[in-house]
Every structure is written in structure tokens, then in C-alpha cells.
Design a protein around this ligand. Structure first.
Ligand code: ATP
Length: 488
């Protein structure tokens, strides 16, 4: 990794230059907290999503006990809607509790998150901490619900108000019974979902880290209460391993167990998988994924109504008339436990991660600068993205060394063959050094070059992005060699 303090600026510049990430609506000056993923960014995200879906759903073997798991289990996927019945967010507690505290500056008319005042900047010049200028006056902290509100139908009145989901999880809770009764799954089982979520963050910042529109990968694991602690430990450790398998191998990745005072009131255990993003001060980490033991809070909320803590118990919050403040569905969301012969509301373990934050951590981890000799042997500085081949947007680039002597035809034929299996790129313009350099910056693990010798002995050079070493490979062996190196 590069040690320079301006690494984040360089990564942001690279993301723009190579087409990973653009500011949304940039030609109109952009819009805070919204980001577009360009041609390489969309492939990177797609690879992360595919890896997660394979890890969680399609690759899951429900006939054997995975290492460290208390038992075998079932796993299925779901795609629920972004806009749901508004009662979902009332019963779940989001309407009352999904807020951030903010302070306004009465002079500057700027708004800051109350917990970030110390690390924010006043818009006045010279820039200072909010409230630090003599004429600035900050308000007391106030609540701001971060759910985006909109309307369904033609009437813009309160009865038509709905919300863009701030998490995908509620889709799994409200579909628990549907899945249980239609998919032949039995508790313990998980429902996984990938999808967009929206939060009207007061101060979106740090590039894509805190966005207002982002994608989540969440799984709700329904298990018997007695084994929930063991399942929590299993998922917590397994999720860390997944990030390591994608290439987050350095000490910048760590797992942090929350103390009892830091947890949500219903949580029986929470751990965050965190990464030391370069925009954070040294020694600080940002959340990549949270793994939470949610007990029976969510399903009971959707049965009985919004729950609050009363001592050791979760009880329905009631109004002056004794009615549930936010009613649940009243539906039976329990399962029949064969072992005890009783109906039980399962406990839930939730690993909830963000695709944008994963992509950003992978880009930060992969960013490197080194020096490699050019065609004349003179060392030249280069920027290289050492992305794991599994998630690299382009798996290989195919070049003819020169644009003549039949080389482009051979290279194009090879490109078309490889394209059937992988995302491969063809380029015949510019010096070979520049073409290699461009692929290094894009994170392409391999470059294949057709040269004079190819036309004599049917071999090509295969260049490794990380070492820049080139080996000769027979065209006939190219696909199998690449498959082995790409592990796909
Ligand atoms: P934070 O404390 O950083 O706001 P959170 O604890 O509110 O995050 P969760 O509600 O646990 O986040 O959401 C699960 C995951 O969704 C997070 O670990 C993160 O990867 C992603 N996520 C949450 N909020 C955002 C956001 N504003 N922008 C990008 N990703 C987000």
C-alpha cells in the first residue's frame, strides 16, 4: 500500500479517470451523497454482489454442516420492494427512532450532524470548526428522521405518505411466513437479499462511504432461541473470512465487538467488521458490515406492534388509551418446533453489509504505486490496482504488439473466444507500455500479447499485473491457464 497521506485524493482521482465512480448529475454540478458507477465500477460492484450471492445462496450446501456451524441449515434469496406498506416502518420502530441528531448554525445556515461537529468545517472562511467563529451560533441538537418520504398515488396528503426503505431487512421479516410456507425450508434458515436502500444522511461525505442512495447485502437468519448465541458467533466469524477471501488481507480489516452500552436496545450482541479507510485519522476504522443478534425483536414487532424495552423485557409501546402506539400485523409469525412440540418465534442473526463500502475498501486496499522498467529499461512510476482476480472488473486484456503483420486478426480471434467466458478487453492503439499501464490502473490481472513469435509458434505472452513478469503460453492452453489463475 502507498503510505502517502493524500492517498484518498489519488484514489478518488483514479476512480474518475478510469471510469469506476462519477459524481451523480455531474454536468449540473452534482448532488451531494449520490454517486454513479461507471463502466469499470459497475463490473466491480457486480462481481462483489455475485461473490456474496454465491457465498450466501447459490453456493450453499444444505446437506452438510459447514465448519464452525451448529448444524446444517437452509438458505434462500428474496427481492422485496423499495416502497413498502408504511405500517412496516411504524411497527419496526424506524419512524420513531431512525433519526440522527443535527445542529444548525443560525448565522451560516449550515447543518451538521451533532456527533460530527468536532470533525466538520464551517462554510465561513477561514474554515474553522462549526461554532468556532465569534459570530456563529449553533442550535441545540435536534432530531432528523433520515427516511426519505414520498407519496403513492395522485393525492399528496398524509394518508398517501410512504418511505423509501432505509434497509432491505424489513422485506425479509414481513416475508418470513411466505418463505417458510412455500420453499420447504425449516428453521434454522436464512433469507438473503441485495438491493438499494436510501438514507437522507445529514452530512454525506468521505466519497461513497456515506451516501444517500446505496446498495446493501443483508441476510436474516432465523434460528431457535437456544442456539442463537452459537449462530451469532458462527456468522460473525464467517463474514470476516469472506472479506479476507476477496483480498482485504491487511491489518486494516478488523472485527469489533460492541459493548453493551453501544448496542441497540433490542440487540443481544453486535459486532462490526471495520476497515481503516485512508480518509479516517490514523487508528480509526469505518463500518463495512454489522453483524447483529436481534433476538425476536423484529418478528414480534410485526406481530404485536412497536416494542420498547421495559427492564429485561420488550413490551408493546401503548398510547394513553392502552392501544399499541404502532400496531403490528397481528399475523402469526412463529414456527412449529419439532423438538419441543411448541410454537416459537425464532431469533434472528443479521449480517448487514454495504456494497459501496466494500467496493471502496477493496479499491483502497488494492491501490499501490511502484516503479517498473519501460521498454528501454528505465524505471517508470506506475499506479496499480492489485484487485483480487475474482472481483477485478476486466479479467484480461488482449493486445496485438503492432497493428500489422496479421497480429490484430489473431488477437481479435483470441479476444472473441475468451469473451465467451470472461469480461475481456481488446486494445490495439498506442504503445504497448501505455496499454499495460492503463490496464494496471484498472486492476486487470492479466495482459495477453500477440507478437511476431505468435505467428511462428502459436504462443503469446501472458503478463502478470502484480509482478509484470511475462511468460509464453500456447494459444491452445490459454483458456485453461487463465481459468487456473483467475480461479474461475
Ligand atoms: P453508520 O454507523 O456508518 O451510519 P450503520 O450502522 O447505520 O452505519 P447499518 O444500518 O448497520 O449501518 O447498515 C448496514 C450496512 O449498510 C453498513 O455496514 C454499511 O456497509 C451500509 N451503509 C449504511 N449506511 C450507509 C450509507 N449512508 N452509505 C453507504 N453505505 C451504507
Amino acid at each position: 500500500m502507498s503510505n502517502e497521506s493524500n492517498t484518498m485524493e489519488k484514489i478518488v482521482a483514479l476512480c474518475k479517470r478510469r471510469g469506476f465512480i462519477f459524481q451523480s448529475s455531474e454536468i449540473y454540478g452534482g448532488i451531494g451523497g449520490f454517486w454513479d458507477y461507471g463502466p469499470l465500477g459497475v463490473e466491480l460492484k457486480r462481481n462483489i454482489k455475485d461473490a456474496w450471492w454465491r457465498e450466501m445462496v447459490t453456493g450453499h450446501d444444505d446437506t452438510s454442516v459447514p465448519l464452525g456451524a451448529p448444524s446444517a441449515f437452509d438458505m434462500v434469496g428474496l427481492e422485496s420492494t423499495i416502497i413498502m406498506h408504511p405500517q412496516v416502518w411504524k411497527a419496526s420502530g424506524h419512524l420513531d427512532l431512525f433519526y440522527d441528531l443535527f445542529v444548525d448554525c443560525k448565522t451560516c445556515k449550515a447543518r451538521f450532524r451533532a456527533d460530527q461537529v468536532e470533525s466538520s468545517e464551517c462554510p465561513r472562511r477561514p474554515s474553522k470548526r462549526p461554532g468556532a467563529h465569534d459570530e456563529c451560533e449553533l442550535t441545540e441538537p435536534r432530531e432528523f428522521n433520515t427516511m426519505f418520504k414520498t407519496y403513492v398515488g395522485a393525492l399528496l396528503d398524509p394518508t398517501a405518505e410512504v418511505y423509501l426503505r432505509p434497509e432491505t431487512a424489513q422485506g425479509m421479516f414481513v416475508n418470513f411466513k411466505n418463505v417458510l410456507s412455500t420453499s420447504r425450508v425449516k428453521v434454522p434458515f436464512g433469507i438473503a437479499q441485495i438491493g438499494k436502500s436510501f438514507r437522507n444522511e445529514i452530512t454525506p461525505r468521505n466519497f461513497t462511504f456515506r451516501s444517500r442512495e446505496f446498495e446493501q447485502m443483508e441476510m436474516e437468519f432465523f434460528c431457535p432461541p437456544e442456539s442463537s448465541e452459537a449462530w451469532y458467533a458462527y456468522w460473525r466469524d464467517r463474514r470476516v473470512e469472506w472479506y479476507v477471501s476477496l483480498g482485504l488481507k491487511s491489518e486494516k480489516l478488523h472485527l469489533r465487538e460492541h459493548g453493551p452500552n453501544e448496542r441497540a436496545h433490542y440487540s443481544c450482541g453486535t459486532a462490526d467488521i471495520e476497515y481503516a479507510y485512508p480518509f479516517l485519522p490514523k487508528g480509526q476504522f469505518g463500518e463495512l458490515e454489522g453483524i447483529s443478534h436481534r433476538g425476536d425483536f423484529d418478528l414480534r414487532s410485526h406481530i404485536e406492534g412497536k416494542l420498547i424495552r421495559n427492564g429485561d423485557e420488550l413490551v408493546v409501546e401503548r398510547d394513553e388509551d392502552g392501544q399499541a402506539r404502532h400496531a403490528g400485523s397481528g399475523k402469526d409469525l412463529s414456527y412449529f418446533d419439532d423438538a419441543t412440540g411448541r410454537k416459537v418465534v425464532p431469533h434472528v442473526i443479521e449480517p448487514a453489509g454495504g456494497i459501496g463500502r466494500t467496493a471502496l475498501a477493496l479499491l483502497c486496499e488494492a491501490y499501490d504505486e511502484d516503479a517498473i522498467p519501460d521498454e528501454k529499461g528505465v524505471p517508470q512510476e506506475r499506479i496499480v490496482l492489485r484487485l483480487h482476480p475474482r472481483i477485478a472488473p476486466v479479467k484480461a486484456a488482449v493486445f496485438p504488439l503492432v497493428k500489422k503483420d496479421g497480429q490484430p486478426e489473431v488477437a481479435a480471434r483470441m479476444y472473441r473466444d475468451l469473451k465467451k467466458r470472461w469480461n475481456v478487453f481488446y486494445d490495439e492503439k498506442g504503445s504497448i507500455g501505455k496499454r499495460y499501464r492503463r490496464q494496471d490502473e484498472s486492476g486487470t490481472p492479466f495482459c495477453i500479447t500477440v507478437d511476431h513469435q505468435t505467428l511462428e509458434d502459436e504462443t503469446v505472452t501472458l503478463r502478470d499485473r502484480d509482478t509484470t513478469r511475462q511468460t509464453r503460453v500456447r494459444i491452445a492452453d490459454l483458456e485453461s491457464t487463465l481459468a487456473e489463475k483467475l480461479q474461475s
